[in-house]
Write a protein that binds this ligand. Structure first.
Ligand code: PBG
Ligand code: ZN
Length: 347
C-alpha cells in the first residue's frame, strides 16, 4: 500500500514525477509546441538609401547597414542563398528633400519605389514587404500630416498613407505594412487598393499594436526619422495599456487587415499572447525592434551571455507567446546558423 491507497503503484512519488521524460532533443522538441524557428518564420528589415553606391553601417546598430541600390543586390543574393524568405523594406532619404506631406515617400526617386522592381526581378521568390509611414519623409518627422498647432489631420493623413501604400503596391511589392498608428489607415489603404484593382495582389500587414517605446531609439538614427519636436506618445500606445492594445487590433481587423503585428517584442509578450488568442485566424508578426537588437548585441559582445543561445531563447519565447513570424535584424546571423546546423533550439 502506498500513500495513494493504490497497491499497484509501489513508488510513492510516481504521480508527482511529471517532468522527467525529456532527456533527448526530439523529446524536448515534442514538448515545445509550435516554437520552431525556420527561415519562413523570419522577416529581415532592410534600409534602402537614396544614394545608390552607399554602404553605411548604423552606429547604434553595429552589423546593420543602410544600402544603396547597387549594394543591396549583392547582400540579398548572399542571404537568399542562405534561405532568406522575406524582407521588410524601409526607405531613408539623405539627398531628397523632406516636406510637410512627405512628397518623397512615393515620388519616382524614392529608394523603395526604385528598389522594388529590381528586387522582384532578381529574387522572384522573395516576399517583399514595405513599411508605409511618413516620418522618414516629413520635415517634422511625425507619422502623419499636422495642423499648425501640431495636432493631426486624420483624413489627410490616412489618405496620404493610402497613396503611399498604393505606390509601393503599383511598384510590385507583395505586402504593405503601415506603421504610423493613425486611426483608420487600414481601411483607407484597403479602399485605395480595391479601387486600383490591386487588392488581391497585395496583402496588408498592420502594425496594429505598436507601443510608444524607447526601444525604437536606434531605428530613428538608422531611418533618420526622429521627430523634430515632441514625441509619438499621442499616437503610439502607452506601455501600460493592455486595453488600447485590444481595441487597436480589433479596429484593424474590422478594417480588413490581412495580418497583424505587435511591437516591440520582448517587453510585450503578454500582448503578443493575448492578440493571438483574440485573433487566431490572423497571422501574427512580432517585431524584435532596434533597441532589442542593440541590447542583445551589446550584452553578448560584453561576454554576459552567448549570442546564439540568447537568441534561441528569445525567439522561442516569441513563438511560444503566439507569433507566426518574427521581424529581426538578427535574421542574417540566424540563417547562417540554421544552414550550418548550429541553430539548436532543443539541444
Ligand atoms: C516608423 C517606424 C518605427 C519603427 C518601425 N517603423 C519607429 C517609430 O515609430 O518611431 C521601429 C523599428 C525599430 O525600432 O526597429 N513609423
Ligand atoms: Zn512613422
Amino acid at each position: 500500500m502506498n500513500s495513494f491507497g493504490n497497491g499497484d503503484i509501489d513508488h510513492p512519488d510516481a504521480a508527482r514525477v511529471i517532468h522527467s521524460g525529456y532527456f533527448h532533443p526530439l523529446l524536448r522538441k515534442w514538448n515545445s509546441g509550435n516554437t520552431e524557428i525556420t527561415p519562413s518564420h523570419l522577416m529581415y528589415p532592410v534600409f534602402v538609401v537614396d544614394n545608390d553606391d552607399a554602404l553605411e553601417e548604423i552606429a547604434s546598430m553595429p552589423g546593420v547597414y543602410r544600402y544603396g541600390l547597387n549594394k543591396l543586390k549583392e547582400e540579398l543574393k548572399r542571404l537568399v542563398a542562405l534561405g532568406l524568405k522575406s524582407i521588410l523594406v524601409f526607405g531613408v532619404i539623405e539627398k531628397l528633400p523632406k516636406d510637410a506631406t512627405g512628397t518623397n515617400a512615393d515620388s519616382p526617386d524614392n529608394p523603395v519605389v526604385k528598389a522594388i522592381p529590381l528586387l522582384r526581378q532578381h529574387f522572384p521568390d522573395l516576399i517583399i514587404a514595405c513599411d508605409v509611414c511618413l516620418c522618414a519623409y516629413t520635415e517634422h518627422g511625425h507619422c502623419g500630416i499636422l495642423n499648425k498647432d501640431g495636432s493631426f489631420i486624420n483624413e489627410a493623413s490616412i489618405y496620404r498613407l493610402g497613396q503611399i501604400a498604393l505606390s509601393y503596391a503599383k511598384a510590385g511589392c507583395h505586402v504593405v505594412a503601415p506603421s504610423d498608428m493613425m486611426d483608420g489607415r487600414v481601411g483607407a489603404i484597403k479602399q485605395l487598393l480595391t479601387q486600383a484593382g490591386l487588392v488581391s495582389r497585395v496583402c496588408v500587414l498592420s502594425y496594429a499594436v505598436k507601443f510608444s517605446s524607447t526601444f525604437y531609439g536606434p531605428f530613428r538614427d538608422a531611418a533618420k526619422s526622429a521627430p523634430a519636436h515632441g514625441d509619438r506618445k499621442a499616437y503610439q500606445l502607452p506601455p501600460g495599456s493592455s486595453g488600447l492594445a485590444t481595441r487597436a487590433a480589433l479596429r484593424d481587423v474590422a478594417e480588413g487587415c490581412d495580418m497583424l503585428m505587435v511591437k516591440p517584442g520582448l517587453a510585450y509578450l503578454d500582448i503578443v499572447h493575448k492578440t493571438k488568442l483574440a485573433h487566431p485566424a490572423h497571422p501574427l508578426f512580432v517585431y524584435q525592434v532596434s533597441g532589442e537588437y542593440a541590447m542583445i548585441y551589446h550584452a553578448a559582445k560584453a561576454g554576459s551571455f552567448d549570442l546564439r543561445v540568447a537568441l534561441q531563447e528569445t525567439l522561442t519565447s516569441f513563438r511560444r507567446a503566439g507569433a507566426d513570424c518574427i521581424v529581426s535584424y538578427f535574421t542574417p546571423q540566424i540563417l547562417q546558423w540554421i544552414s550550418s546546423g548550429e541553430w539548436q533550439q532543443y539541444k
